[in-house]
Write a protein that binds this ligand. Sequence first.
Ligand SMILES: *Cc1c(COP(=O)(O)O)cnc(C)c1O
Ligand code: SF4
Length: 374
Amino acid sequence: MELWQKMIRDSIHTVDQLVEKFNLDKKVAQKLDKFFQARINPYYLSLIRYPGDPIWLQCVPDESELNDIDAPEDPLGEDSMSPVPNITHRYPDRVLFLTTSQCGMYCRFCTRKRKVGNSSKISMKELDSAFKYIEEHPEIRDVILSGGDPLMLTDVMLEKILQRLRTIPHIEIIRIGSKMPCVLPHRITPKLAKMLKKYHPIYLNTHFNHPWEITSESKRACELLVDAGIPVGNQCVLMRGVNDNPDTIKELFRKLLAMRVRPYYLYQADLTKGANHFRTPIKVGLEIMDKLRGHMSGLAIPHFVIDAPGGGGKIPLLPQYVLHQDDEKIILRNYNYETFVYPDVKPEEFRCDLQSNGKEDILKIELPVLVGEP
Ligand SMILES: *Cc1c(COP(=O)(O)O)cnc(C)c1O
Ligand code: SF4
C-alpha cells in the first residue's frame, strides 16, 4: 500500500469519529452521514487551525447541509446530458468522463454529491460504453477525466484509461480534474508524474480555495506535475466564510502563480442540495474580480463564471468596464476608475464578414443603459 492509500484508510469517516473529534451531535452526524459521507484525511485535517476556520468549513460536516433539502441534486443538469453512463457531453468538442466516485476528501460544498462518495454511484463496469462513445464521436477532441477524483485510481488503472484514450486518433488533449495536489499531495509521486508524461499532451486542473492549503507538500506536488510538462490550472469556488473577500483570493492566486499553477476559473457556488449555505451574492464575485484586474499579474486572474443551472454551461461575468457605447465610440473605465473614450470603427467603414448562425439576434435585445458609477 502506498503512503497516500494509507492516509485515505486513516481518514476520519465514521459517525463516532465525527462526534468525538468535532463535537457533532450524534443524531445530526448520523443524518449527515446518510446524506453525504465524510472523509477527512490526516493531511487535510492537519491544516485546520481552529474550529470553523476556512479549512474546517470545507471538510467537516455541518448541520446547515440538512436545511436545503429542496435544492436540486443535479443543478447543472449533467445527468440529462449523459448519452451513456459516465459521460457528460455538454459542449461540441469535449466531454467529461467520470472514472470513479471516490475522492481524497469529501468536500462539503461538492456539486456532485449525488455521484460521489459511494462506490455504487459510478460504476467501473460502464467504462466500456464510455470509451465506445468517445471512439464513435470524432468531434470530441478533449477528454476531461473527472469523478470523483481520477487520481483515486491506482497508477495501473489510470494508465489503462490513458492508454485506451491514446488509441483514439481524434483525441488531441486529455485533461485530469483532481483535487489531490490540494487535499492529499502525497498522491503526486515521481512515479505518477513519469507515467502521465507518456501520454502528453496532458493538462491538469486542480482545486485550491484558500491560501492555507498552500504548503510545502502541495507545492512539491504541483511542481512535480509542472516539471513533467503538465500545465496545472486551478478552479476555485467562491464560498461564504471561506474565501469571499479580495485579500484572501489575492493571496491565494499570488501563491498559486508562484508555484506555477495558473488560476483558471473562479466559480460562483452552485445551487446544490446540501451546499447552499456556501453561496455568496454575485456582486461579491464581481467586486473581487474588480480588485484583481490591473492590481496583480494578469496571469493570476481567472475567469469568473456561473455554471448556468439546467446545463447552460459556464458563463463568464466581468465587472462593468463599459460606461457607454454607440456607433462612434466606447467609454471605458480602467482598474483605477479613470475613464477613457476610445473611438470605434464606424459600421459603414467596415464590411463585417463574420459568420452568423442567426442566434446572435439575442444580442439585439435592448440592454439597460450601461452607465456605471466609478
Ligand atoms: C466545465 C466543463 C467542461 C470544460 O469546460 P472548459 O471551459 O473547456 O474548461 C466540459 N464539459 C462539462 C460538462 C463541463 O462542466
Ligand atoms: S474532490 Fe471534487 S468531486 Fe470530490 S467531493 Fe470534492 S468537489 Fe466533490
